[in-house]
Every structure is written in structure tokens, then in C-alpha cells.
Ligand binder design. Sequence first.
Ligand SMILES: NC(=O)c1ccc[n+]([C@@H]2O[C@H](COP(=O)([O-])OP(=O)(O)OC[C@H]3O[C@@H](n4cnc5c(N)ncnc54)[C@H](O)[C@@H]3O)[C@@H](O)[C@H]2O)c1
Length: 243
Amino acid sequence: MRLEDRNALVTGAGSGIGQAMAELFAKEGANVAINDIEADRLAETARLVEAEGRKALPLPFDVTDFAAVRDATAHAIEELGHIDVLCANAGIAPTVDFVDMSEDAWDRMIKVHLYGAFYCCKAVVDHMIERGHGRIIITASMSAINGDIHLTHYSAAKAGQVGMARALARELCGTGVTVNVIAPGLTKTNILGEVDDEVIQKYAPPIGRIGQPYDQAYAALYLASEEGSFVTGHTLQVNGGAF
Ligand SMILES: NC(=O)c1ccc[n+]([C@@H]2O[C@H](COP(=O)([O-])OP(=O)(O)OC[C@H]3O[C@@H](n4cnc5c(N)ncnc54)[C@H](O)[C@@H]3O)[C@@H](O)[C@H]2O)c1
């Protein structure tokens, strides 16, 4: 098992990619602190983690609230003993034309993704440096690289995550802490909202299918594992060839 005796903290773990990460990490031996802003979503994720014989620690909080992030992370460290892997994964993606975009919509998007990832990194990084080991994995998006129509705020926030991760990775080289990004392409989760399957298939990547949460979770597993220990500052594009 790749994550035997490891503990992970996954944000946005109540659904989609975060839930798949939590389940896969548990299959590979990790206990998982699972966060979501929607507290009721965490019961199913906890069930999946516990079904693998691992401990699940539900932590409902909003990643845009630094005090909440800090306190919950400290609680997770106390309960589990240590945190080896942080997946800063929580996200939203409401689409809006740039001309109609309110300042509030812009702020919320930047807050959830860029501040959220920053707060989560801040909350664990001292602990990881002290232990001489840590894996930080941020779920950005292909939008960071390509820019997506009706998602200027999202694309900007995700590009910010990529820049932050690269800089932090370089700053932390030699500490035992790696920092990497996953850039998913179209992946079938709740974030796609009410868009029906026919429309989604129209945008299917060249590989011939849209992504599934486990496609992203396996990428995170690689970066979290010993096998990924020489990789830092990287953005892994998990996109079925949709560059
Ligand atoms: N699905 C895709 O096609 C796709 C593509 C590129 C990137 N992503 C990114 O993947 C990540 C996971 O998204 P997903 O596709 O699994 O979507 P999802 O909607 O299934 O899961 C996202 C989870 O994040 C939670 N969340 C939202 N705001 C939060 C906050 N402020 N604090 C804590 N939790 C919060 C939601 O409640 C939800 O459970 C996101 O960062 C998203 O931007 C997804």
C-alpha cells in the first residue's frame, strides 16, 4: 500500500474528485480528515473511508474562513497525530459572462480557490516542515492554462493556484515538502451542474470520454506517494488530451 501509516486532509471531499481522493487514499492505507462546506455530504465520504478500515475525520468548514481552516487543521493533527498529505481541492464553478460579472462573483471565486488554497497551505506547512515530510496537492484546472469562456474569474483563480504552487514548491525544496498541482480537464462531477450528458459528450476530450473522479484521484495518489517524491512544482494535466 502506498500510503500506509499516512494521514491526509482533503478539502471539498463531500463530492466528486475530493470524495474519490479520500476513498482511494483510504484504500492505500491512509486515514483521512475530510472537509466540505456542505456538512451533510461528509457522511457518505466517511462511510467510504471507513469501509476501507481507515479512520475518517469529518471537518465541516468553509475554506475561505482562515480561523476555521487553522482550527480544524490543528484539530486534525491532534486527532490523527500528524498530516502527511494536503489536497486543497474545494471548488465552485458558476459560469457568467464577463460583462455581467459582479464584483461579488469575482471575489467569491478568488476567495474559494486562491485564498482557500493559501489558507490550507498556511495551516499545514509549519507542521510538515517540522516533520521533514509533506505532500501538498492543489486541484486547479485546465482553465488555468487555456482560459475558459464564461469562467474568467475561475480561470484567473486557478492560474493563481498554479503560480502559488510553483513558487511555494521552490521555496520548500530541501524541507521534505513537495507542492504540486493537478489540472483536471472535463470530469463528471456535481460541479458540472445541470448540464446534460449529451452536451457534456460534445466536449469530450480527444481520448474519447470525459474524465471520472478516479482519473484525478490516481494522479493525486502518485503525487502523494513515495513514487512521486522527486516531483515538485509540477502541474499534472489530467485531461484526456484536451490541451
Ligand atoms: N469536474 C471538473 O470538470 C473539474 C475540472 C477542472 C477542475 N476541477 C476542480 O476540481 C475540484 C473539485 O471539484 P469537483 O469537480 O469534484 O466538484 P464537486 O462539486 O463535485 O466537489 C466540490 C466540493 O467542494 C465543496 N466546496 C465548495 N466550496 C467550498 C468551500 N468554500 N469550502 C469547503 N468546501 C467547499 C463543495 O461543497 C463540493 O462538495 C475543484 O477545485 C474544481 O474547480 C473540476
